[in-house]
Design a protein around this ligand. Structure first.
Ligand SMILES: C[S@@+](CC[C@H](N)C(=O)[O-])C[C@H]1O[C@@H](n2cnc3c(N)ncnc32)[C@H](O)[C@@H]1O
Length: 213
């Protein structure tokens, strides 16, 4: 092959390669777009099943070791009426009643599936006289009966809840929040959950304990 025709091929090669490459990339983008569209539809459907429009945060259960620490920090005893605002599977209040002997417990949950499963568990364990489960928005809760309130929400949700706590919670009510402070309030006590036996995922988290003045 003559040098001139060889260089002609070399000069051509990058162009055809470039074409092939750009076609492949274009196809890849097209495929990704299709997958992303399908993924978005799927995620939207999952969101619709799992979440209510008024949901402030998704369900992330508190590890039991932290639940017990929270209830100890709040000094829960047989005189207490403990509220969990956004109760998930109800673990905070089952523990408050069964392990700490709380007099009563009231839980609010926005998600229908969690509400139903928690309600079934209350019946199964014959705790109907002690635990009241309410399907509803925690921002509409009546907090006047609480002596202890436990929270695991988010900074924004705590911020939305703060005026309600200030208006409705009785003086002396102990409030323990896992992971998130209540803005503009000063905790009586902060417990850093950095060490064993708390899970690795808790290692930057803390508990904040407040008493309503
Ligand atoms: C982070 S989880 C904590 C669950 C439970 N308190 C625990 O510590 O294991 C927050 C819960 O609040 C519920 N939630 C979110 N927004 C709510 C609202 N506006 N009213 C009532 N419950 C809500 C969620 O469905 C979820 O179960």
């Amino acid at each position: 092959m003559e040098i001139s025709s060889l260089s002609a091929i070399q000069a051509k090669a990058p162009k055809s390669l470039e074409h092939k490459f750009s076609t492949t990339i274009r196809n890849l983008f097209r495929d990704c777009t299709v997958y992303l569209d399908a993924y978005t539809v799927l995620m939207d459907a999952t969101w619709a099943v799992e979440y209510e429009p008024d949901s402030l945060v998704k369900w992330v259960p508190t590890p039991f070791v932290v639940v017990r620490e929270m209830l100890e920090l709040a000094r829960v005893c047989s005189k207490d009426i403990v509220y969990d605002l956004g109760c998930g599977d109800g673990r905070m209040l089952f523990t408050a009643v069964q392990e700490f002997g709380a007099h009563k417990a009231v839980e609010y949950e926005i998600r229908q599936d969690l509400y139903e499963s928690s309600k079934q568990e209350i019946q199964h364990q014959n705790l109907q006289n002690q635990i009241t489960m309410i399907k509803g928005n925690l921002l509409d809760a009546d907090l006047s009966g609480a002596s202890v309130i436990v929270l695991y929400l988010s900074p924004k949700a705590n911020e939305r809840l703060r005026p309600k706590l200030e208006d409705e919670a009785k003086p002396g009510t102990r409030i323990v929040s896992y992971d998130f402070q209540i803005d503009r309030w000063f905790p009586d006590k902060k417990v850093q959950l950095g060490e064993y036996p708390f899970s690795e995922r808790s290692n930057t988290k803390a508990l904040y304990m407040y008493t309503v003045p």
